[in-house]
Design a binder for this molecule. Structure first.
Ligand SMILES: Cc1cc2nc3c(=O)[nH]c(=O)nc-3n(C[C@H](O)[C@H](O)[C@H](O)COP(=O)(O)OP(=O)(O)OC[C@H]3O[C@@H](n4cnc5c(N)ncnc54)[C@H](O)[C@@H]3O)c2cc1C
Length: 401
């Protein structure tokens, strides 16, 4: 293995330059480590692009990266009840992933990470670390192959991670929702069925039998999409339906694309020696909402901190701290959202009730506070009590539908 030159040997190799990998690489480079950031070029991540203010604050995202800020959500029920949820004192930021991800990678490079365009292929443990093989660019049979060596690898190569498959047992068992969206050009004139500062969320079995459909504005464009884990369910037909609903059928379609969304975090992100996963590779997308950008960045940060501990102590067991830290911070929210998804998204009757409880001002303000600030609010115990009893009434069918 000594054939690998020093210029190709790193403290940490980060595979994947999305929100998780770029955040990890930035942190490690800032701490003075030698870091490789390997990212397959030429892909725009299919994504609705909604991020909370907490992501903007915690990860120092400049305002110009927000292509728009949303100030309300509209929840739409199976019977077409429309409940508007205005945001008090806050917003949902919308990012264009082509611009956002590139900026994150550039920041990592500015901080000192070595950013290479390549496609990870294989890893083997060697000389107390890991030897990685990657192909230049997007790979393919004729692409030039390179070998590098790193003491630690962070696998941030997204859902169905190749690093995870090769190094972390259990990572191939993460359940997924298939998601599909179309990016359209917003026409010059729209009516109230689409608003450039409102996110519309459709809860209806014909749009998704187990998840939801969305229309998210991105300034001059919009993302119209749906997700489902049900095999054979036509997400394209669902998006056609959404476009008809919003009178956007004739709008110009710029891109059609899909990708899996992981629905359950791994219980173990690392191999106990020299590989740790982060972001979608570790399954950290919030159930019920499908929110993954912020959690990928947090996961990237925690993986980087755990990698640092492992580097300093020489003990790969420290990598397990990434999962533990993430679960301490967000495990409870993920459990609550998982239970909500299983219950409220089960059928149209329940979806109808779910949208109905969104009319409640307490539900609205606590939902937004929890989304924007990423904490379960303890400041208003009475409101919590009221919501708790209302939820029980709905869950048990005692409340009128
Ligand atoms: C249709 C859809 C809509 C969504 N909407 C939202 C939303 O509105 N808000 C939200 O918060 N989340 C949303 N999500 C989820 C969110 O996109 C992900 O959770 C988030 O992108 C995860 O970040 P990541 O860095 O872990 O992975 P990714 O963003 O997937 O990044 C992985 C990176 O690894 C690279 N890579 C992959 N394989 C290799 C390889 N072999 N070698 C080298 N590089 C590789 C890729 O090119 C990519 O740059 C949505 C997802 C989908 C599919």
């Amino acid at each position: 293995m000594s054939a690998i030159p020093a210029a190709d040997s790193f403290d940490v190799a980060v595979v994947g330059g999305g929100p998780a990998g770029a955040t990890a690489a930035t942190h490690l480079a800032q701490q003075g480590h030698s870091v490789l950031l390997l990212d397959r070029p030429g892909n725009i991540k299919p994504c609705g692009g909604a991020i909370p203010p907490r992501a903007v604050q915690d990860f120092e995202i400049p305002d110009e990266l927000l292509c728009t800020s949303v100030n309300a959500a509209r929840m739409i029920s199976p019977s077409d009840r429309r409940v508007d949820m205005p945001i008090q004192d806050g917003y949902v930021g919308m990012v264009d992933r082509a611009v956002f991800d590139e900026w994150l990678r550039e920041r990592a490079a500015r901080e000192g990470a070595e950013w290479r365009h390549g496609t990870f292929e294989e890893l083997v443990e060697a000389d107390g670390g890991v030897q990685l093989t990657y192909a230049e660019g997007r790979g393919g049979r004729d692409a030039v192959r390179h070998r590098v060596w790193a003491r630690t690898v962070i696998g941030a190569d997204g859902a169905k991670s190749a690093v995870g498959r090769q190094a972390v047992p259990g990572s191939t068992d993460i359940p997924h929702v298939a998601a599909y969206h179309e990016i359209i050009e917003v026409p010059a004139e729209t009516d109230d069925r689409f608003h450039p500062e409102r996110a519309d969320v459709y809860y209806r079995g014909s749009i998704s039998p187990d998840f939801y459909g969305w229309i998210f504005p991105h300034g001059e464009t919009a993302s119209i999409g749906a997700g489902s884990a049900v095999k054979g369910f036509s997400l394209r037909s669902a998006v056609d339906e959404l476009r008809r609903e919003a009178d956007l059928t004739e709008a110009r379609t710029l891109r059609r694309e899909g990708a899996p969304i992981p629905m359950e975090p791994l219980q173990r992100w690392d191999n106990g020696r020299n590989v740790v996963l982060a972001g979608d590779a570790a399954g950290t997308v919030a159930p019920a909402s499908g929110e993954g950008i912020y959690y990928a960045m947090v996961g990237g940060q925690r993986a980087a901190e755990a990698a640092e501990k492992a580097l300093h102590s020489g003990d790969g067991a420290a990598l397990a701290e990434a999962e533990r830290a993430f679960t301490r911070e967000h495990g409870q929210v993920f459990r609550v959202l998982g239970a909500m998804q299983r219950f409220w998204y089960a059928n149209d009757k329940r979806r109808e009730r779910f949208v109905r409880i969104c009319t409640d001002p307490d539900v609205q303000s606590l939902t937004w506070d929890a989304y924007m600030n990423k904490r379960l609010v303890r400041a208003r115990p009475l409101a919590h009590m009221r919501i708790f009893f209302k939820n029980i009434a709905h869950l048990t069918g005692l409340a009128p539908a």
